[in-house]
Ligand binder design. Structure first.
Ligand SMILES: NC(=O)c1ccc[n+]([C@@H]2O[C@H](COP(=O)([O-])OP(=O)(O)OC[C@H]3O[C@@H](n4cnc5c(N)ncnc54)[C@H](OP(=O)(O)O)[C@@H]3O)[C@@H](O)[C@H]2O)c1
Length: 233
């Protein structure tokens, strides 16, 4: 079985279709699914995990793919503010920072808490969290986008730490951070006009699934791009 959290987003929906084409039974979870999963309410994350646990028992299938495809770059925050990526420290705003951290780091941390225990205790399985190259501190030469960069860096640390704990439960389980490349979705749309090269979501999903399928033993806790190349932290 495969679970895609954020399975109703641009890349998430393409990942759901790609996993189905690979023959997986796929459960897509998001704010508009039944049950719904919303990071602003941890109880919904817990309830969705219980729903998945029940489905695993019913089908007698192991959870071998858990993909977290949620994320936030711009738009309405939980505090009612319209957030844009900051071009300067002058634009730093507590509400926008909080929302970026909530969706990009705290929400996935709640997924770690409630969903990683559902992975099998033996045999190969993969938990993959979509982050962004701009979350790399080592790769940051341009500056700007403070909240998105910092919240993705926090996500990277959370996933790396989770991979260490996961290895104590199942040595064959892999837990990685992935950068999808620049993809034509709602998230990238406002920035496409600046001449950014964007790829269709189905192409990005197929690249990401190929990277996941080819992850070598010992790659848990690492950060890869859509070509399978390691990205510096
Ligand atoms: N597109 C790119 O060029 C690009 C580049 C680098 C990294 N990424 C990363 O790739 C991932 C997927 O992005 P995308 O381009 O597919 O963006 P997207 O189409 O905007 O999808 C964002 C997803 O996040 C979910 N989400 C937002 N707020 C949420 C909340 N409160 N609770 C639960 N889920 C919530 C959305 O759920 P709903 O469907 O319910 O709205 C949606 O599934 C993100 O982590 C993003 O940072 C994207």
């Amino acid at each position: 079985m495969a679970v895609v959290i954020g399975g109703t987003g641009g890349i998430g929906a393409a990942l759901v279709a790609g996993l189905q084409a690979q023959g997986f039974e796929v459960l897509a979870l998001g704010r508009r699914t039944q049950p719904a999963l919303d990071y602003t309410d941890e109880a919904t994350v817990a309830a969705c995990a219980q729903h998945v646990a029940a489905r695993l028992v019913e089908t007698d299938l192991p959870l071998v793919r858990l993909i977290v495809a949620t994320g936030f770059l711009h738009g309405q925050t939980a505090g009612g503010h319209n957030a844009e990526p900051e071009r300067s420290w002058q634009h730093l705003n507590a509400d926008a920072l909080q929302h970026n951290f909530l969706i990009n780091a705290i929400g996935p941390a709640l997924v770690v808490r409630h969903f990683l225990p559902l992975l099998p205790r033996q045999g190969c399985c993969v938990a993959a969290f979509l982050s962004a190259r701009v979350g790399s501190i080592g790769d940051n030469a341009l500056g700007g986008w403070y909240a998105y960069r910092a919240s993705k860096a926090a996500l990277n640390q959370l996933v790396h730490t989770s991979a260490i704990e996961l290895a104590r439960r199942n040595k064959e389980a892999l837990c990685v951070v992935l950068h999808p490349g620049t993809v034509d979705t709602r998230l990238s749309k406002p920035f496409a006009k600046t001449g950014l090269q964007v790829r269709p979501a189905d192409e990005a999903a197929s690249d990401l699934l190929a990277v996941i399928d080819a992850l070598p033993a010992g790659s848990s806790g690492q950060f890869f791009d859509h070509k399978g190349l390691a990205i510096p932290w």
